[in-house]
Design a protein around this ligand. Structure first.
Ligand SMILES: [Zn+2]
Length: 309
């Protein structure tokens, strides 16, 4: 055990290469094998699948989200390039054991409604049980209401939202790779979801909304978690309710938040705060001004699933 671990460490010139080797379950070398020469590994970076099938409301920010995640993967970890590579699909047929085996994590990017059949759901459950990761963005909580396993994975189901507006997010845990770059009070504009119930007892909350800083309408929760993570059924799950607006995916802090969530779900836990798209991490002051009020955006009442088939 000690020998093989040492060999593995020696074989990893970079953090991401190590992660890849671990995820790929590379065969153990013979116990008496000499450590390999310290050459740059030729192995490919780990892959992430972005899934954005919609059976209900469709967010027009989905292409922006896919583009952002592709860009976030390019940012290196410890000198390796890229940190991860991205495939994007709207085809639920991608959810087979053989295909999912290529990925370290799957991102549900504003999926809505019933997007997977029973066979595809079973394949995804096995994927998580194999130690892989799930990332849910925004309407990922407006997805698969009749799949109890998914309910626990995502943590809470969407219930509704007020109009898009500026609010302050209180970052409770700034030690996580997805929050280490954020200020304690993170002011930004988005569509602020409220949920059927409070997931706090089931997940580890990273951030909550300060409901005194915006108009929550009928969706006031008091304690209002808005981003969280947990280890679940052998794998990892991370969720952020942000990401309705196109502007979110150009916001350096939101991008850093999302990148950290993806890396954590993949099983990569940086030892130092993650940078946001190559920018030094900042605390206390947003790296970029809050995006302008998206006057062209219309709040969509049809986001509410209860009224939809
Ligand atoms: Zn939305």
């Amino acid at each position: 055990m000690a020998v093989s671990l040492r060999t593995r460490v020696a074989a990893c010139a970079t953090l991401s290469a190590c992660v890849f080797l671990s995820l790929a379950s590379a065969p153990e070398p013979p116990k008496d094998a000499a450590p390999p020469a310290a050459t740059t590994p030729s192995t490919a970076p780990p892959r992430v699948l972005v899934f954005s099938k919609t059976a209900g409301f469709r967010h027009d920010s989905i292409p922006d989200g896919i583009a952002a995640i592709r860009e976030l993967g390019v940012v290196s970890l410890a000198g390796a390039t890229p940190a991860f590579e991205v495939d994007a699909t709207e085809d639920a047929a991608a959810f087979t054991d053989a295909n999912l085996a290529k990925y370290a994590a799957v991102v549900f990017l504003s999926t809505t409604g019933n997007v997977l059949d029973d066979t595809q759901q079973a394949a995804f459950e096995r994927f998580i049980r194999s130690g892989r990761g799930y990332v849910g963005v925004h309407a990922a909580s407006d997805t698969e209401y009749e799949w109890p396993w998914y309910a626990k994975l995502v943590g809470a189901y969407f219930k509704g939202h007020p109009d898009i507006q500026k609010a302050t997010v209180i970052v409770e845990d700034r030690t996580h790779p997805s929050t280490s770059m954020l200020p304690e009070r993170w002011e930004r504009t988005d569509e602020w979801y409220f949920f059927r119930d409070n997931p706090r007892a089931r997940v580890k909350v990273l951030a909550r909304l300060d409901e005194t800083t915006y108009n929550p309408g009928p969706g006031a929760m008091g304690d209002h978690p808005i981003a969280w993570y947990h280890e679940y059924d052998g794998g990892r799950a991370w969720y952020t309710a942000g990401g309705h607006t196109k502007e979110s995916f150009k916001d350096e802090l939101f991008r850093g938040h999302l990148r950290g969530g993806i890396l954590w779900a993949m099983g990569v836990v940086p030892t130092a705060p993650a940078t946001t798209s190559g920018q030094p991490a900042t605390n206390g002051t947003p790296a970029t001004p809050t995006p302008q009020e998206p006057s062209a955006q219309k709040p969509h009442a049809q986001d509410a699933p209860a009224q939809k088939p």
